[in-house]
Structure formats: C-alpha cells, structure tokens
Ligand binder design. Structure first.
Ligand SMILES: [Zn+2]
Length: 413
C-alpha cells in the first residue's frame, strides 16, 4: 500500500485529492483498492491507498478535492512500442495481403519498410510533425500518457535525425511524454544493398554516437529477423549502445527464431518485442536478465500469423508481459492501445488484469521507466478516471470513449 512518505510531502502546496475512487495498480504489488483516495502535489503522487489511511485533516487543507463518485482510476496508459512518425501509408499492401501475398513477398516487391522509407525521406519535418500529431491525439484521447516512438524510416543520418527531432517536438507540443528510440538497423535501404557492411558501419559507429551526442536518443533497437539483421549484427549495435550508456531493446522472433531473444538477454535488454517464435528454452535467460516480453497482437492478426507467443511459459516463469500497439503503416495500422489490450485478451488469452499490467507497470519497465506505471507515492501524477463499472471493461470494449478524465503531470486535460 502506498503511504505518505513524509509530512513535508503534504506541506508543498497545492495538494490535490481524488476521493471516493476505486484504484487499480496500487503500490509495488499492483493491488486494487475499492474505497480509495489519491493525493498529489504538482507532478508527483504523494498518497494512493485506502481512504481510511489518509489523515482526514489533510483533506480539509487540500487546494482541490475531486469527488470521483466511485469511478475507477488507473495509471496513465503507456504504449511502449510504436513507429508513429512516418509519411504515406500502405493501404495498397493491405489490398495485396487480402489477395494472399505474404509480408516477405511484399518486401521483395519493393513494398514493406522501404516503401515507407521513401515517403518519409521525401516529407518535410513539418509534414511529419503534423501527421504524427494527429495519430498521437488518438492515443491521448483514450488515456495514454507515455508513448515510445522509433526512428528507422529514414536510414540516412539526416532523415533518422529528422524522425527523432519530430519525436522530441511532439513531446513539447502535446500533453504526452515521448521516449525516442534509435532504430537504425530496421532495414538495409535499397540503395545500399550492395554494400551492407558499409551501411552497418555507418549506422552503428557514426550515426548512433552522433545522434546520441545531439541528445536525441533514449534507447536503441534493431529488427532481428532473417529478412533484416542477424543476431550477430544486432549484437554489434548493442555493444556500441552500451558503450554510450544507452539501454537496448529488440524486435525479436517475429517471423522465425534466429536467436535474437537469447542475444538480447545476454545484453540485459529492456525488452524483446513480438516473440511469436521465441523458444521456451530461451525464457529462463529473459527472466534472469529482467527483460520484458512485449506482445504485439495487432501485427499478429494483420499478418495472419498462426504461431502465438509462448504465453503460458512466459507466465509460468514470471517474465513480465507488456502490450503495445506497434503503430506503423504496414503491419499494425493501429491507433488504439485499448484495441491492443482487447486483442491480447481475445487472441493471446491474457486476463484483463494482465492486459492492464501490460499497458501500465510492465510497459513502463519495457522502457526502463521506474517513475510511472503504478499509483504509488513518488510516482508521476499521470492517471485516468474511467466511465466503466468493472475494470475488465478496459479490455472488453472494442472502441468507444471510456475516458472520463485524464491527468498528465498532475494536470487535467
Ligand atoms: Zn516495431
């Protein structure tokens, strides 16, 4: 249970209080509290727990007291894997997939990632900022307060820099925290297919340190797959990232098992994402490394994949499972994290409580963020009031506006 840490927490004005509220994801054990109260000062929660444990005298001194009338309150939702900055879309591929073409066949025809790379390189920074703002607003409107955005549709130093700069500007423009991930090893661009080694040298040894020195990178990612980069190539990127003090994560085992998760665990990666083809024998290494398995059910559905991630084994070995939208124009044109929660429940058979943990506490961990994802003293004051009777409704409904009120950094709106 979350407690007031010291009396000085309450002396910092202005104290704000939500009373008569049902709390989810409270304290380090992520409990629920039926007759709850939450208090915060500025951007920080100072109390979350049973109302009877909060000093009544402090309620009278609060700057603002909001009666939630029994509504559910959760931490702000966190989408830990998106490619939200891009130009163009791939509706044409959507049609071709309906005609039976596989992802690999589309890539071989010049579709796939390179199609989006060409559109993104041709777009101006302002155009990218405008289109990504519209997408992020969809997430804000359904209760997301932190979102991760990857580069990887530029694949030159200049255009990777533009993507990361746009991600930084989104954080300044909108009431949402944006974490920026360098995905220089997303695909070898078409014009460099004949000199793969040279591309790898630049992406790893030139672009990464340069963009890091410009303050544009929070984490480093790669696409480890038979049609992208090998585990050894990704390991080289990880070693460079770690020399720079940057955390790493990996697109791993989406289409085949090429040993990506094993390698990622050896580098104590924050997360391995997709993991449909993850071998059960690699799960103990993830557990030991504290690596989160990020599930991406929308891409599973779009690609008509049939092999599910090893959910039961991940659960049995207590590997934290996060859920992400993977918003991208090709394999996951999803502008709703709640839809991803629903798909994780219906397709991957997670419980609603696992789905909620997957977009709060476990998603925070997948980004290396320890200051959010739970309602507890000391955490960021990012939380959402919902128009629901049961917590399970967050994973139950497809679409609809369930958000009553959203607080970002302690402010409503
Ligand atoms: Zn992705």
């Amino acid at each position: 249970m979350s407690q007031i840490r010291s009396r000085s927490d309450l002396c910092m004005a202005p104290l704000k209080i939500l009373k008569n509220v049902r709390l989810a994801c409270v304290g380090e054990r992520a409990e629920t509290v039926d007759h709850g109260l939450l208090a915060w000062n500025g951007e920080t929660i100072v109390f979350a727990g049973a109302a009877e444990d909060f000093p009544a005298v402090e309620v009278g001194r609060a700057h603002e007291v909001i009666d939630a009338k029994g509504a559910w309150l959760t931490p702000g939702l966190i989408d830990c894997h998106t490619h939200a900055v891009f130009a163009g879309n791939r509706a044409e591929e959507f049609v071709l997939r309906q005609q039976g073409l596989s992802y690999a066949e589309l890539a071989a025809r010049g579709g796939g990632i390179m199609s989006t790379v060409n559109h993104t390189r041709a777009a101006s920074e302002d155009e990218l900022l405008e289109s990504a703002s519209r997408r992020l607003q969809c997430f804000i409107d359904e209760g997301v307060t932190t979102i991760e955005i990857k580069s990887g549709y530029g694949l030159t130093l200049e255009s990777e820099r533009t993507m990361l700069t746009v991600a930084a500007k989104l954080r300044q423009r909108l009431p949402i925290d944006v974490k920026r991930t360098y995905l220089g090893l997303h695909s070898v661009p078409a014009e460099r297919k004949s000199e793969r080694a040279g591309f790898l040298d630049e992406a790893i040894d030139l672009w990464l340190p340069r963009l890091h020195s410009e303050g544009l990178i929070d984490a480093v990612d790669a696409y480890c797959e038979h049609l992208a980069f090998s585990a050894d190539e990704c390991a080289r990127l990880f070693q460079r990232a770690q020399q720079l003090g940057l955390p790493v994560k990996l697109h791993a085992e989406q289409l085949s098992d090429v040993g990506g998760s094993r390698m990622a665990a050896a580098h104590r990666a924050l997360s391995v994402d997709h993991v449909e083809y993850l071998s059960a024998t690699d799960i103990p290494a993830l557990r030991a490394a504290g690596t989160v398995a990020v599930l991406i059910p929308a891409a599973f559905v779009v690609l008509k994949e049939t092999q599910k991630p090893p959910i039961a084994e991940l659960r049995a070995q207590q590997v934290p499972m996060a859920i992400a939208s993977d918003l991208n124009p090709g394999t996951s044109p999803v502008q709703s994290l709640r839809l991803a929660m629903n798909l994780a429940s219906t397709v991957f058979e997670l419980s609603y409580a696992e789905a909620l943990a997957g977009v709060t506490v476990h998603a925070a961990r997948a980004l290396g963020l320890h200051d959010r994802g739970l309602l507890a003293a000391g955490k960021r004051a990012d939380f959402c009031l919902w128009k629901i009777d049961a917590l399970s409704e967050l994973a139950y409904w497809w679409g609809g506006n369930l958000l009553e009120r959203r607080f970002f950094g302690g402010s409503s709106g």
